[in-house]
Design a protein around this ligand. Structure first.
Ligand SMILES: CCC(=O)SCCNC(=O)CCNC(=O)[C@H](O)C(C)(C)COP(=O)(O)OP(=O)(O)OC[C@H]1O[C@@H](n2cnc3c(N)ncnc32)[C@H](O)[C@@H]1OP(=O)(O)O
Ligand SMILES: NC(=O)c1ccc[n+]([C@@H]2O[C@H](COP(=O)([O-])OP(=O)(O)OC[C@H]3O[C@@H](n4cnc5c(N)ncnc54)[C@H](O)[C@@H]3O)[C@@H](O)[C@H]2O)c1
Length: 331
């Protein structure tokens, strides 16, 4: 295999993260049974933290970025996969301590690879990517803990982001009354188009003044932001409500009380897309290709080429990005 183009994240002599497009020798691919020609990758918040150094994501330098990839198998020493198969590889150490999807080629352990489910093409798989997988995993975790549409409304925080937008779309089509919490008044129509029945603006709520318990409103919650907003979400949950804790876009701290848990039986469910193993991983992807497949995937997705990638990350860190970004590589 000839040297190939890749987005490489390194540390300089002062341990500062530096990243950019470069060329990688095929001999430097990491170990694994399955080699892919990458057709598409995507940008998640975590990719932006990794590429800019804003978060402590990369665990082995240099590392090709990109926690998501979808493409075609070109070599496989594992009986589950053969050349020509269309596959998805996300999560585990990909784009963290194992070269990731922002490259023309990638090699990964077969245990990290999911066959592309019927009902999705490679582009759609990356329009979903880790964001869609995580939103769906959050829904599955809440359903497994008793959430159903007749229990009451479900609130989604960080609503205009990748996980948020896809969670709204999925929950709405399952019949939930979805409430979108956003700081962006200008995106009200967009959020309604995705299926939000109500929009709540962050400016309307004084999160700093949240009491240990507030009037109970939500049967379920998908929280992408953490911090004071998660404290408020917990305090406003209905009896036996379920909260999927997904993100830290606002803060990784939470300061809260035990009252939602001991007086309302609220469950705070951890959602870790990274190391969720099989068969749940396959079950979630199969649902993403079926009843959870968002109806507005095209409307929430923009596509950029690999050459545009270096300039794309800062907007994620500033919280200015809407929906999903697919990176076209070898398609
Ligand atoms: C798609 C998924 C997502 O988007 S999740 C959101 C993106 N992730 C983040 O923002 C987390 C970034 N990580 C950090 O900020 C730091 O590693 C945190 C968690 C604060 C800990 O920092 P610090 O106190 O400096 O310690 P450290 O990095 O040496 O780690 C301490 C022990 O924890 C472990 N750890 C770290 N990161 C992970 C991880 N992602 N998954 C599982 N374990 C993790 C480290 O290996 C370390 O353990 P050990 O001491 O080596 O045994
Ligand atoms: N647990 C997991 O396995 C997992 C998987 C994927 C994403 N995540 C996390 O979920 C979060 C969302 O990921 P994404 O890919 O959708 O990111 P994104 O950048 O597409 O969306 C982030 C959203 O949060 C909002 N936001 C940013 N800063 C904020 C602030 N200070 N207060 C309130 N809202 C703010 C943004 O406006 C945007 O709507 C991130 O924290 C990410 O790390 C976790």
């Amino acid at each position: 295999m000839a040297p190939f183009k890749a987005f490489i994240i390194e540390q300089d002599e002062n341990k500062k993260v530096v990243s950019g497009l470069g060329t990688m020798e095929a001999s430097r691919l990491d170990a694994g049974e399955v080699t892919l020609k990458v057709h598409y990758s995507s940008i998640n918040y975590k990719d932006a933290l990794a590429a800019t150094g804003a978060g402590k994501i990369i665990r082995r330098f240099p590392c090709i970025g990109g926690i998501d990839m979808a493409g075609e198998v070109v070599e496989s020493s594992d009986g589950r996969f053969k050349p020509g198969d269309h596959v998805i590889a996300t999560s585990f150490d990909i784009g963290v301590s194992h070269h990731g999807g922002y490259a023309e080629y990638a090699r990964v352990p077969a245990d990290w690879v999911v066959p592309l489910p019927d009902g999705l093409d490679l582009f759609e798989a990356m329009a979903l990517g880790t964001a869609g997988f995580t939103a769906a995993l959050g829904v599955v975790r809440m359903e497994d803990n008793g959430l159903a549409p007749h229990n009451g409304p479900v609130i989604v925080t960080g609503a205009t982001g990748g996980v948020g937008a896809l969670a709204i779309d999925m929950l709405a089509q399952l019949g939930y009354h979805v409430v979108a919490l956003t700081g962006k008044a200008s995106e009200t129509e967009y959020l309604k188009m995705l299926g939000a029945a109500e929009i709540k603006l962050r400016a309307e709520i004084d999160f700093e003044k949240t009491r240990p318990l507030e009037a109970a409103q939500w049967a379920g919650a998908v929280d992408n932001v953490g911090g004071q907003i998660l404290h408020w979400v917990l305090a406003t949950m209905k009896q036996a409500g379920t909260v999927a804790s997904i993100g830290n876009a606002a803060s990784f701290n939470i300061s809260t009380t035990v009252f939602p848990f001991i007086l309302r039986g609220v469950s705070l469910l951890g959602v870790d897309s990274g190391y969720m193993g099989f068969p749940t991983r396959q079950r979630v992807w199969d649902r993403l290709a079926g009843d959870l497949k968002p109806r507005h995937l095209d409307a929430v997705t923009r596509t950029i080429d690999l050459d545009e990638l270096p300039g794309a990350f800062d907007a994620f860190i500033r919280g200015e990005v809407k929906g999903r970004t697919v990176v076209r590589i070898g398609a």
